[in-house]
Design a protein around this ligand. Structure first.
Ligand code: SAH
Length: 345
């Protein structure tokens, strides 16, 4: 059965028209789902009874169930969510001073096999539908009633641009004034660098933020870390980034995970500054690697990390160093994975 949350406002209005119902009920339904936190159709008290019954007959309300909440000492929360086909995904909320960011999974598993990422370990199972991603977002919202979610990053399990249509539809729903009304500049997609989809994205007219996971400044190192580099090597990727920036006039953030003994030497920083030099609007976000026991990944040392950053700063680059959140509950970058095959206790 179709879920009500996979629909945008226009689709819902068209369904109501086909039922000979006034289309303004669509806005009321949206308001119940996205603003008033309704958990089923019976709560929608300003809708005619017959319409509520019809909705119940034709649509299900929710596609996932929260089964466990993990709370970090830094305030980060990770929700373990069960899907209807008995798969599990994870969604995370990360508090900061003036914002609460929701980190959304886009796939069950991931097909890109990055060597440092826990999410890749079990391979790819399937894409998440728009309604499942909307449900993830609403579960996070219902789990932080004291604070409003202000930002969303599509950086959880999966590769968002590999589930392009569903992710873009989700973003447009979250962005619309009738639902959560989250400004597009507060929404980030993070990608391992799928060039055809980046080209498509540049034509969407969305003012969202794009992050590209770079993690190395030469093809040998990047292909060793990210097999996708063999399909879309660095020179092609950077060319696509340049085109994206020119077309959208938006900045790209390059993510760079610092891994001890792999990509954290001064020479790597110099190479990074050199290859990004031609890009007018770009930022580098350095991420201390999160250790993942099964993958034997170790973060670069503190001093090495600071020297790396300072080298980029001296070269005139715009650099930030990400503060890791939720490490104690495995909710930080690259730590989300399909650890559960049955309901945990
Ligand atoms: N597939 C997307 C989004 C998911 S990963 C992408 O590749 O961007 C979100 C971010 O976490 C990416 O930059 C990813 O490279 C990073 N990441 C993965 N494993 C990590 C680890 N062990 N430590 C720190 N960051 C990691």
């Amino acid at each position: 059965m179709q879920s009500i949350k996979g629909l945008n406002l226009e689709e819902l209005e068209n369904i109501l028209k086909a039922w000979n119902e006034p289309s303004f009920h669509a806005r009321q339904i949206f308001s119940w789902i996205y603003k008033k936190g309704a958990v089923d159709f019976s709560m929608m008290s300003d809708l005619p009874f017959v319409l509520r019954e019809q909705l119940k007959k034709d649509f299900c309300f929710s596609d996932l169930k929260p089964v466990k909440v993990f709370k970090s000492k830094d305030g980060t929360k990770k929700l373990l969510l069960a899907l209807k086909d008995k798969n599990f995904i994870e969604a995370v909320s990360i508090p900061a001073k003036n914002r609460l960011t929701g980190c959304i999974s886009t796939q069950v598993g991931c097909r890109f096999s990055c060597k440092f990422c826990a999410s890749a370990r079990l391979g790819f199972r399937r894409n998440l539908s728009t309604q499942e991603m909307i449900d993830e977002i609403l579960c996070l919202k219902n789990n932080s009633l004291d604070r409003k979610l202000t930002h969303f990053v599509f950086m959880g399990i999966g590769e968002p641009l590999d589930n392009y249509d569903n992710v873009i539809k989700t973003i447009r729903i979250v962005n619309s004034a009738e639902s959560l009304n989250i400004g597009s500049r507060r929404i980030t997609i993070s990608s391992c660098g799928l060039i055809p989809q980046m080209k498509r994205l540049s034509g969407e007219g969305l003012q969202i933020e794009l992050s590209i996971s770079l993690h190395a400044a030469d093809n040998k190192t990047r292909s060793g870390l990210m097999p996708v580099n063999k399909i879309y090597p660095l020179e092609d990727l950077l060319c696509a980034c340049k085109e994206y920036i020119v077309k959208t006039r938006r900045q790209i953030t390059f993510e760079y995970v610092l891994i001890k003994g792999v990509n954290s030497k001064i020479q790597d920083a110099l190479n990074l500054a050199r290859i990004l030099k031609g890009l007018k609007l770009c930022k580098i976000n350095l991420i201390p690697a999160n250790s993942i026991a099964e993958l034997h990944i170790e973060p670069a040392g503190k001093l090495e990390t600071l020297l790396f950053r300072d080298c980029l700063l001296k070269k005139g680059m715009n650099v930030t160093l990400r503060k890791p959140c939720g490490r104690d509950i495995e909710a930080s970058c690259g730590q989300l994975q399909l650890r559960y095959h049955c309901c945990p206790n």
